[in-house]
Design a protein around this ligand. Structure first.
Ligand code: HEC
Length: 276
């Protein structure tokens, strides 16, 4: 082990490895990320971080629990199920693209496919195009419904995102940089709000911890009056600091999703969710 470390260090110094490859260790990042939130919110169980701000705020939790009694996303899950069961024009179905879809696949996304980082929504549209159907809009509507159905099938499965090699690590590093970089006129990073200030108020909103952030997407937001995907939320959060959002499914947001989801490894999928 020592030898490997020494060799890596030497290669880093002599061979001029990119800084990212020297500095980033996803497992170490994950350990520190978790430890920070567990220490900051000692009354919250690790798995309960999947409930966002409701994991750390008792008054809003009670309100949310009553919303969950008649979940506003239920119809969307039904729509997604119907899409799943309806054959394309060529007679094939989504199950031909996602053979394990009904057993739950959400927890494995995004993943490194040997060439790039793939998200579930991206593969839903690729499946459609392969089968001669038009791609869907990325942020809401039908794609969110099918994604909600697939998340529902994965409920209870722990997030299991892997960074298998150096090429994947570069994507992870790019996402990590997005997360920690200050941006917009307000000059805030994701981490400024969802790590440093988690639990604090910003206008009327209490800020959710970034640990467990992604487990419940897509989300039915009362403000939207409908479901939205994770990349829709990213766009909204970029806009909050008056930064220009990136397009849904851009390299930038897929890299962010990769890092952001890795940080929730081990927490069970509980999507779709409801938020205000
Ligand atoms: C100026 C503060 C601010 C910044 C910066 C910010 N957000 Fe948010 N974000 C919010 C607020 C407010 C909400 C709604 C309340 C909540 O759940 O935290 C929110 C909600 C979210 C949610 C939904 C949480 C849930 O439980 O459904 C996600 C995911 C999220 N933000 C990710 C990000 C990411 C990724 C970035 C960086 C691109 C970012 N945010 C930057 C303020 C911010």
């Amino acid at each position: 082990m020592r030898k490997i470390i020494a060799a890596t260090l030497a290669a880093g110094l002599v061979g001029g490895l990119p800084l990212a490859a020297q500095a980033t260790n996803p497992q170490q990042d994950l350990k520190e990320f978790r430890a920070y939130f567990m220490e900051r919110f000692p009354d919250t169980q690790f798995q309960d971080f999947s409930n966002g701000v409701y994991s750390i705020d008792a008054p809003s939790r009670a309100q949310w629990e009553s919303i969950e009694e008649f979940p506003p996303y239920e119809l969307a899950v039904d729509d997604g199920r119907e899409m799943w069961n309806t054959p394309f024009g060529n007679g094939k179905t989504y199950a031909d693209c996602f053979p394990d879809g009904e057993d739950g696949i959400r927890q494995n996304y995004p993943y490194w496919n040997g060439n790039t980082v793939k998200t579930l929504e991206q593969e839903i549209n690729e499946c459609r195009e392969t089968n001669g159907e038009k791609p869907l809009g990325w942020k809401k509507g039908k794609i969110a419904a099918l994604s909600a159905y697939l998340a529902y099938q994965s409920r209870g499965k722990p997030i299991d995102v892997k960074v298998p090699n150096d090429a994947a690590l570069e994507w992870y590093e790019q996402g990590k940089q997005h997360f920690y970089s200050k941006r917009g006129q307000l000059n805030f990073s994701c981490a400024n709000c969802h790590v440093d200030s988690a639990g604090m108020l910003i206008r009327a909103d209490k800020l959710s911890p970034a640990l467990g952030h992604v487990t419940h997407f897509p989300v039915f937001r009362s403000k939207w009056g409908e479901l939205g995907t994770l990349h829709r939320r990213y766009g909204g959060c970029n806009k909050q600091v008056r930064a220009k959002p990136f397009p849904a499914q851009s390299d930038e947001y897929r890299a962010l999703e990769y890092f952001h989801t890795y940080m929730s490894n081990g927490i069970e999928v509980n999507g779709p969710g409801a938020r205000k």
